[in-house]
Design a protein around this ligand. Structure first.
Ligand code: GLC
Length: 538
């Protein structure tokens, strides 16, 4: 079987997250828009992208940058119109690029018509669409902490009850135990699937259900400040979640070739919950994010521990996906920055993400080594940054404008962008890197096309051969084909002993030319080398 047969776009392809406000501005207002994404589809297609996940674009008061939806069937005017969206979808499909939308249904905006009605009286028909409770002996019903700190309970003076919000108080949680709510979600999914959307990224889906008996979460100092010093036993991952995911999946499966990827928000607690969302029978989420790599130190042995753990729990009928950066955490290259070595590290990361087992998700700009922008107090737009500055600076830094050229405003916009550019845009931009054969961008392009051409990289097994703090080596095998990957995370030369008697052909390396031969035995691995080998014909 060659690499192209049975090619499933969301399994074998490379997916790419776009923060729509920061990709490309066509209207000259400093904010990216849907037409801007359409204008850059050729770039994405040349890069070898199979699917784009668009950050939230539905109508929203933007208190949480669009993760507070006020109308699920519309496009926020900031991004354009429904016609712009349909054009984007059609043009993407012409190029074989699939479109995944953000589906944000743990909560709505407090400006959504459902919540306006729900909060209007205790006996309106939408009251039970959200989670309302009386005070318990004059106090909040439980000790549950919101993901952004503070209580999940907000007192509503008018109707004299509390409503629950897992995130900001302007994002009331929907009541997923109510059949009408579920049907409304599934109808919304159908609305977009009928338009031709290829799938959804489901925002914090492990929070949909909360404990019905309203038991307090156990206090736990070791859970840390971001968990509000409690174990979230009763506020997420509740029994019944599988049933909901099954229902969602059955909506999707009425259409051909669609998918959903779950955002399973647990930050730093390992893959257990992500795996639950995949399900043993492969009938829940097609993919689920495991975020450990976003919190892993630059240490080859730590990287390998994470994936070893992840792969060891993936059910036989499940499929892993892998991610190093997204819109909620500092970009990987910023986390791992090492002065002049930053781009070298970017290439090692690229080789890792694109040669391990599972679907890679890139975050726009990752392919050029785009770093976070520096954000000062007056630049902050993210509510979390506004709430907690300067202790927590918010997520604006990683949502920075894409750098297309060294022209005015990095070719992103004709006017000053909504967030600061990174000051390095004269060097770090698409146009310059296209011309430079040794650029990070060209390395990504080569890796992506290699990946697509080699069955072991797309569908092969994964075998970790060795790893220490500096070096990781693994094999990908499919039928009788074998690919060997060795990555040096360190700035010093290292050696690696290969115990097989084979001669190796260089498929791609940061340091040697492709098709050169590496002899059996002892390999020298150059500083920050990414070396991808295939068995040579003898
Ligand atoms: C998810 C999103 C994040 C958002 C939150 C609340 O974690 O990735 O950006 O703020 O959910 O919707």
């Amino acid at each position: 079987m060659n690499a192209e047969s049975n090619y499933v776009w969301w399994k074998h392809g490379v997916l790419y997250e776009i923060w729509p406000r920061s990709f490309y501005d066509t209207t000259g207002n400093g904010s990216g828009d849907l037409k801007g994404i359409t204008a850059k589809l050729d770039y994405l297609s040349d890069l070898g992208i199979d699917g784009v996940w668009l950050g939230p674009i539905n109508a929203s008061p933007m208190v949480d940058s669009g993760y507070d939806v006020s109308d699920y069937r519309s496009i926020d005017p900031l991004y354009g119109t429904m016609a712009d969206f349909e054009l984007l979808l059609g043009e993407a499909h012409k190029r074989g690029i699939h479109i995944i939308m953000d589906l944000v249904f743990n909560h709505t905006s407090d400006q959504h018509a459902w919540f306006i009605e729900s909060s209007s009286s205790r006996d309106n028909p939408k009251r039970n669409w959200y989670i309302w409770h009386d005070a318990k002996r004059g106090r909040r019903p439980t000790n549950w902490k919101a993901l952004v700190g503070g209580s999940v309970w907000e007192w509503d003076k008018k109707t004299k009850q509390y409503y629950l919000h897992s995130f900001l108080k302007t994002q009331p949680d929907l009541n997923w135990r109510n059949r009408e709510v579920r049907d409304a979600v599934y109808d919304t999914m159908k609305f977009w699937l009928d338009k031709g959307v290829d799938g959804f990224r489901c925002d914090i889906l492990n929070y949909y259900l909360k404990d019905e008996a309203l038991r307090d979460n156990p206090v736990s100092l070791s859970a840390g400040i971001y968990a509000g010093f409690q174990k979230h036993l009763y506020t997420r991952d509740q029994p019944g979640m599988e049933e909901i995911l099954k229902e969602m999946r059955s909506v999707l499966d009425r259409y051909e070739n669609r998918m959903m990827v779950g955002e399973v928000y647990v930050a730093q607690e390992g893959p257990a919950m992500a795996v639950k969302c995949l399900g043993n029978e492969g009938d829940l989420c097609n993919l689920a994010f495991e975020f450990s790599l976003l919190f892993t130190k630059w240490d080859a042995s730590k990287f390998s521990e994470v994936i070893k753990q992840w792969y060891s729990v993936i059910p036989e009928r499940g499929w892993p996906c892998n991610v190093l950066s997204n819109h909620d955490q500092p970009r990987a290259i910023t986390r791992y920055a090492a002065g002049r070595d930053s781009n070298k590290r970017a290439k090692v990361m690229a080789a890792f993400l694109l040669t391990i087992r599972g679907t890679p998700f890139l975050y726009y700009g990752e392919e050029i080594g785009l770093k976070n922008s520096r954000i000062s107090r007056r630049d902050v737009t993210d509510t979390i940054g506004k709430m907690y500055w300067p202790i927590v600076k918010g997520r604006d830094g990683e949502r920075n404008p894409m750098q297309w050229s060294d022209g005015p405003y990095a070719g992103f916009s004709a006017v000053k962008p909504w967030l600061p550019l990174n000051s390095d845009y004269a060097e770090v931009n698409v146009e310059a890197q296209m011309k430079d054969p040794t650029s990070v961008l060209n390395f990504y392009r080569q890796l992506i096309s290699l990946r697509r051409a080699r069955a072991p990289l797309l569908r092969g097994g994964f075998e970790l051969l060795s790893s220490d703090k500096y070096l990781i080596a693994y094999r990908r095998t499919y039928q009788n084909q074998l690919i060997y990957v060795i990555l040096n995370f360190a700035g010093g030369q290292r050696s690696h002993v290969n115990d097989s008697n084979k001669r190796w052909n260089v498929l791609l390396s940061t340091h040697r030319s492709s098709n050169s031969i590496v002899d059996k035995g002892n390999f020298v691995i150059y500083p920050y080398e990414a070396l991808i080998l295939e068995e040579a014909e003898s």
